[in-house]
Design a protein around this ligand. Structure first.
Ligand code: UD1
Ligand code: CA
Length: 454
């Protein structure tokens, strides 16, 4: 098969988004629209990808640097044919060129693959719409062969009645494309260079024109405004939810879960309503994520139970842990198996050993906590002196009494006990009770102050 070149058109201003951000950088499922298209294009292993962006849209190449795509600016914007023309100097004649759109984000590999298999010649992706208004119509002869595409504004009434429309996505032999684009004129209702005019040229030269239809209608839906963006977001989330359920995941309400990235689930995973998964998240067998939890770039091992309103960010959680409600694991947290992290506990850049517990109201930062440690309510690691950060080390089997401050750098020895209400500034010996607390005393007969007379 001839090598594949991909052109992604993304020069449109996106006026109806009413945004300073280029349209194609608005996010769907947490990822810029055009990045969905790029990711899909990459699955076809093309020789190269060229993106046509618009004047003022420098943010587009900036945001997509790492993809190795080539960028060409189209200014002024004189139509889809003119847009494709801008990329032609970069393309190889012996290739086939696939034309995609930065604002049609959900095109799927299977559909594009089908186009590649449809035969030599020109391959158009078309759909049948009950309301074809606004789209270019696919005009066929009585044998059913495609003759041309006529744009809405140039169509005569019987053409307007055609329900098969052009999605814009097409696959074209590159040498032919170059030749045809050179012959385009803008003598039409919109005064634009229509890419679609190449279809009639192909027919005239006896080049075969094939059509393929997408597996799902939503694959070819474009985004022009925030309403369409939100609508397509829901369509996609529903699709993701369906895929998860098909794999055996229990979603308490498939309409109330959001996956903005990749969510990989083991068996018997349960997800309650309002949860958001961002980046790459892996949930092991039997994990339960309760309502309104937000999990980003994290691995949660089997059997762990996450209570409501828990936030987990760039963390690794072992098996059979209990987290939340209202717990916050910040980047760099690692919980070993059977750890418990309870309400209003914040952990950052710390390791919590097997079976250790911090169940209430704590801040644990830059710490290494051993196994079977109990961290009492209100314990704070004071890891920051205003300029530098220091580590706290709590060895196995230590017991930290409630309302303790551990001023780092400090080490609590193995099996040590710290009395409640202590401020610990020096290392504490293993196996001993250490506390820093003024003696309780009672002042006999003491009276509360009373307000003085004016
Ligand atoms: C185009 C098709 C139409 C099809 C419809 C599907 C043409 C002439 N018409 O019409 O048959 O049914 O898409 O949505 O191709 N773009 C540029 N530079 C330009 C013009 C457009 O990059 O100079 C990009 C836009 O950003 C957009 C896409 O091309 O992503 C389509 O452009 P648009 O103006 O929306 O085309 P339509 O008139 O809708
Ligand atoms: Ca359009």
């Amino acid at each position: 098969m001839s090598p594949l070149n991909v052109i992604i058109l993304a020069a449109g201003k996106g006026t109806r988004m009413y945004s300073n951000k280029p349209k194609v950088l608005h996010a769907l499922a947490g990822k810029p629209l055009v990045q969905h298209v790029l990711d899909c294009a990459l699955t076809l292993q093309p020789e190269q990808i060229c993106m046509v962006y618009g004047h003022g849209g420098e943010a587009v190449p900036q945001a997509l640097q790492q993809y190795g795509a080539k960028f060409v600016m189209q200014e002024p914007q004189l139509g889809t044919g003119h847009a494709v023309q801008q990329a032609m100097p970069l393309l190889q004649d012996e290739s086939r060129t696939l034309i995609l759109y930065g604002d049609v984000p959900l095109i799927q590999h299977s559909t594009l693959h089908q186009m590649q298999q449809a035969g030599e010649g020109l391959v158009l992706l078309t759909v049948n719409l009950d309301n074809p208004s606004g789209y270019g119509r696919i005009v066929r002869n009585i044998e059913g062969d495609v003759q041309c595409i006529v744009e809405q504004k140039d169509a005569v009434p019987e053409q307007l009645a055609i329900k098969e429309v052009n999605t814009g996505i097409m696959l074209v032999p590159t040498a032919r494309l170059r030749e045809w684009l050179g012959k385009l004129s803008n003598n039409n209702a919109q005064g634009e260079y229509y890419l679609t005019d190449i279809v009639a040229m192909a027919v005239q030269q006896g080049v075969a024109v094939h059509t393929v239809q997408p597996s799902q209608g939503w694959e070819v839906e474009g985004i022009n405004n925030k309403m369409q963006l939100a609508t397509l977001e829901r369509v996609w989330q529903k699709e993701v939810a369906a895929r998860l359920m098909a794999q055996g995941v229990t979603l308490f309400d498939p309409a109330r879960v959001d996956v903005r990235g990749e969510l990989v689930c083991g068996r018997d995973v349960e997800i309650d309503v309002g949860c958001i998964f961002e980046g790459k998240v892996t949930l092991g067998d039997g994990v339960k994520v309760s309502a309104y939890s937000i999990i980003r770039n994290a691995t949660i091992a089997q059997g762990t139970q996450i209570a409501p309103y828990t936030h987990i960010d760039n963390s690794e959680v072992g098996a059979d842990c209990h987290i939340g409600p209202y717990a916050r694991l910040r980047p760099g947290t690692k919980l070993h198996d059977h750890a418990h992290v309870g309400n209003f506990v914040e952990i950052k850049n710390s390791e919590i050993g097997q079976g250790s517990k911090a169940n209430h109201l704590s801040y644990i930062g830059d710490s290494t906590v051993g196994s079977r440690v109990n961290i009492g309510a209100g314990t704070i690691t004071c890891n920051y002196d205003g300029a530098n950060k220091f580590r706290t080390i709590i060895e196995d089997d230590a017991f930290i009494g409630s309302d303790t401050q551990l001023v780092a750098p400090v080490t609590i020895g193995k099996g040590a006990t710290i009395g409640a209400g202590s401020t610990i500034t020096k290392d504490t010996p293993a196996g001993e009770l250490t506390l820093s607390r003024s003696k309780q005393l009672t002042i006999a007969g003491w009276q509360r102050p009373i307000k003085g007379k004016k």
